[in-house]
Write a protein that binds this ligand. Structure first.
Ligand code: NAP
Length: 279
C-alpha cells in the first residue's frame, strides 16, 4: 500500500519558510495578478493566490479587467507593473479571453518578474539547467520528491503530457535530476507499456480514469498532476487512486497533492524575485 504524499502539509511548510524569509527583507515582496474576463475557475485561482500572499506576508494587488480589454491596454498595464519597485512578480492569469494574445502578454513581462516561469527567457534558462525561477507545478513535484527522499537519479521517469506549463518543464527537471525521461502524449502508440516501465510516473493529461493499476509497475512512484472534474463534479486526477495505491510505493492524492504545491512554489518564486530586486 503506497504512502500518500501530503501536498497540503508540505505546501504549508514551504509557505511558512517563505513567510519567515520574507519577514527578514527590508521591503515585503509584492505580487501583481492580472485577471481578464470572468472565467469562474480563474477567479478561484486568483482568490487563492491572494490568500497565499496574505499568509506569506506579501503585498498583493489584483487587476480585474473586463473581457473587452484590448491587447494594447493589457500590454500597457504589464509595462507599468514592470516599472514598479513595489512589485516583484507579475502574473497574467491564463487562459485569456479569445482575441487576446497570450504569447504577447507573457513576452511583455520583465523576465525578472516572471514568477510563473513562462517567459521564453526563463524557459531557456530552465532548459540549460540554470533556472532563475522554478516552473511552479513541476517545481512543486520536485519538492515533493525531495521531501519524501525519492531520488530520480538513474530512475526511469515517464511524463504523460507535453504542455509548456507542465509536461515539458517536468521532463526537464527530472532530466536535470538525472532521471532517464520519456515524454508521452496523444500520439504515443502504447501508453500502457510506457507507463508500466516507469519507476516514477507523472500524469498531466486531464483525463479521469486514464491510469489504471494494470498500467503501473509494482512499487512505482505515481504523481497525479491533473485536476479534472468527474461526472459528479468532484475534483479528481488522471489516476484511479484506490486501485493504483495498492501497487505504488508513493502516490499523490487529488485534491491535496500537486495543487497546493503549485501555489506554494509561486510564493517561493515571488520571494526569490524580491530578494533579487533588493540585492
Ligand atoms: P494540456 O495543455 O491540455 O496538455 C495535455 C497533454 O496530454 C497534451 O500534451 C496531450 O497530448 C496529452 N494527452 C491527451 N490525451 C492523451 C492520451 N490519451 N494519452 C497520452 N497523452 C495524452 O494540459 P496541461 O495544461 O498540461 O494540464 C494537464 C492537466 O494538469 C490538466 O488536468 C490540468 O487541469 C492539470 N494541471 C494541474 C495543475 C496543478 O497545479 N495541479 C497545474 C496545471 C495543470 P498532445 O500534446 O499530443 O495533444
Amino acid at each position: 500500500m503506497a504512502t500518500i504524499i501530503d501536498g497540503k502539509a508540505l505546501a504549508a511548510k514551504v509557505k511558512e519558510q517563505v513567510r519567515q524569509e520574507a519577514a527578514s527583507l527590508p521591503r515585503r515582496p509584492g505580487l501583481a495578478v492580472i485577471l481578464v474576463g470572468d472565467d469562474p475557475a480563474s477567479r478561484v485561482y486568483v482568490n487563492s493566490k491572494r490568500k497565499d500572499c496574505e499568509e506569506c506576508g506579501f503585498y498583493s494587488e489584483e487587476f480585474a479587467l473586463p473581457a473587452s480589454t484590448k491587447q494594447e491596454e493589457l500590454l500597457t498595464l504589464v509595462g507599468k507593473l514592470n516599472g514598479r519597485e513595489d512589485i516583484d512578480g507579475i502574473l497574467v492569469q491564463l487562459p485569456l479571453p479569445s482575441g487576446l494574445d497570450e504569447r504577447a502578454a507573457l513576452l511583455a513581462i520583465d523576465p525578472g518578474k516572471d514568477v510563473d516561469c513562462f517567459h521564453p527567457y526563463n524557459v531557456g534558462r530552465l532548459t540549460i539547467g540554470e533556472p532563475a525561477f522554478q516552473p511552479c507545478t513541476p517545481g512543486g513535484v520536485m519538492e515533493m520528491l525531495r521531501e519524501y527522499r525519492i531520488d530520480p537519479a538513474g530512475k526511469k521517469c515517464v511524463v504523460l503530457g507535453r504542455s509548456n506549463i507542465v509536461g515539458k518543464p517536468m521532463a526537464l527537471l527530472l532530466l536535470h535530476a538525472h532521471g532517464t525521461v520519456t515524454i508521452c502524449h496523444s500520439r504515443t502508440p502504447d501508453l500502457a507499456a510506457e507507463c508500466a516501465a516507469a519507476d516514477i510516473l507523472v500524469s498531466a493529461v486531464g483525463k479521469t480514469g486514464l491510469i489504471t493499476a494494470d498500467m503501473v509497475k509494482e512499487g512505482a512512484v505515481v504523481i497525479d498532476v491533473a485536476m479534472n472534474r468527474n461526472a459528479a463534479g468532484k475534483l479528481c486526477g488522471d489516476v484511479c487512486f484506490d486501485e493504483v495505491r495498492e501497487k505504488a510505493s508513493f502516490i499523490t492524492p487529488v485534491p491535496g497533492g500537486v495543487g497546493p504545491m503549485t501555489r506554494a512554489m509561486l510564493m517561493r518564486n515571488t520571494l526569490t524575485a524580491a530578494k533579487n530586486h533588493q540585492r
